[in-house]
Design a protein around this ligand. Structure first.
Ligand code: PHE
Ligand code: CA
Ligand code: ZN
Ligand code: ZN
Ligand code: ZN
Length: 289
């Protein structure tokens, strides 16, 4: 799998920050900064050769959109999905939550195109709307699929907050939520082991967009660098950073800006996601368990 250039991921974060700044300080559902974020990501994907579409829904009286992008190679009956939410809370620009996952996924998608990668499976990316209003966009997307379409999705991996300023390295636990997948957990642990970075399993339950896929019986996994919870002394010992302080002190706040990113964590997670996507999209047997 390729090494994702973290400078390119940061460049996308700078764009999300500029979009927020030009649109009242946020990229929230129903606000102009959300639509501008969609337009930025979609334009890059279209130029790279992706098949993109917007899936619209309504929440709180406002129209929202999910952005879907498929790389038009590989078996269309055997789909690997990777996603994260593109909306922020109204309080701030949402650069760690979840510009970070959104930017890493965009740069990985662009890398697939630059390499002219030919996977065995079909790779489909999702940037979800209105996650912050209760997983609204991802739930609407999964509910919009026929059972045949749902059945083609063999796995979903979720990336929500992967550049926390006082980072932990958390992998979604296979046993920590419905439809948790040991195969996905392990393929997301492997790259960190190779980097010599210890990980912990976390039970994220229904706190992000994987939940809609899990409810549909699709195997799920993901990565996370921590939100409002305090880093323990033992965690600071193995990961560095500051014990007794939240993984992200700017969680859901106006200070979730480009200053609220640990670039090392962002780089490691982007590289780990690329490893997982390359590994999971090659070879015929779908991940199971
Ligand atoms: N979904 C939460 C939010 O956007 C953050 C989160 C991600 C929490 C992953 C737990 C696990 O606010
Ligand atoms: Ca990298
Ligand atoms: Zn959030
Ligand atoms: Zn989030
Ligand atoms: Zn690196």
């Amino acid at each position: 799998a390729p090494d994702i250039p973290v400078a390119n991921v940061q460049a996308h974060l700078n764009q999300f920050q500029s979009i927020a700044t030009a649109n009242g300080g946020n990229r929230a559902h129903g606000r102009t900064g959300y639509r501008a974020s969609i337009d930025y990501v979609q334009a890059q994907l279209n130029a790279a050769g992706y098949t993109t579409s917007l899936h619209s829904f309504t929440s709180g009286g406002a129209t929202g959109w999910n952005l879907l992008a498929e790389w038009p190679r590989g078996d269309a009956n055997n789909v690997l999905m990777a996603g994260g939410h593109l909306d922020s809370v109204p309080a701030g620009p949402g650069i760690n939550d979840n510009g970070s996952g959104s930017a890493a996924l965009l740069e990985i998608a662009l890398t697939i195109a630059r390499q002219n990668y030919t996977p065995d499976k079909r790779i489909r990316f999702g940037w979800w709307g209105a996650e912050e209003r209760g997983l609204v966009g991802s739930t609407a997307y999964v509910n919009s699929l026929s059972s045949a379409e749902r059945g083609r999705i063999k796995a979903y991996v979720n990336f929500d907050m992967i550049g926390s300023p006082n980072p932990g390295y958390f992998v979604y636990s296979a046993s920590g939520q419905p439809s948790g997948s040991l195969a996905l957990q392990q393929v997301l642990q492997e790259p960190f082991a190779a980097m010599g970075v210890p990980t912990e399993l976390t039970s994220v339950g229904g706190r992000s967009d994987h939940a809609a896929f899990a409810s549909a019986g699709i195997p799920v996994g993901g990565l996370f660098t921590g939100a409002e919870v305090t880093k323990t002394a033992a965690q600071a010992q193995k990961w560095g950073g500051t014990s007794g302080q939240a993984f992200d002190r700017c969680y859901h706040a106006s200070c979730d800006t480009t200053s609220n990113i640990n670039v090392t964590a962002l780089d490691r997670n982007a590289d780990a996601i690329a490893y997982a996507i390359w590994t999971l999209s090659a070879g015929t047997p779908p991940p199971s368990g």
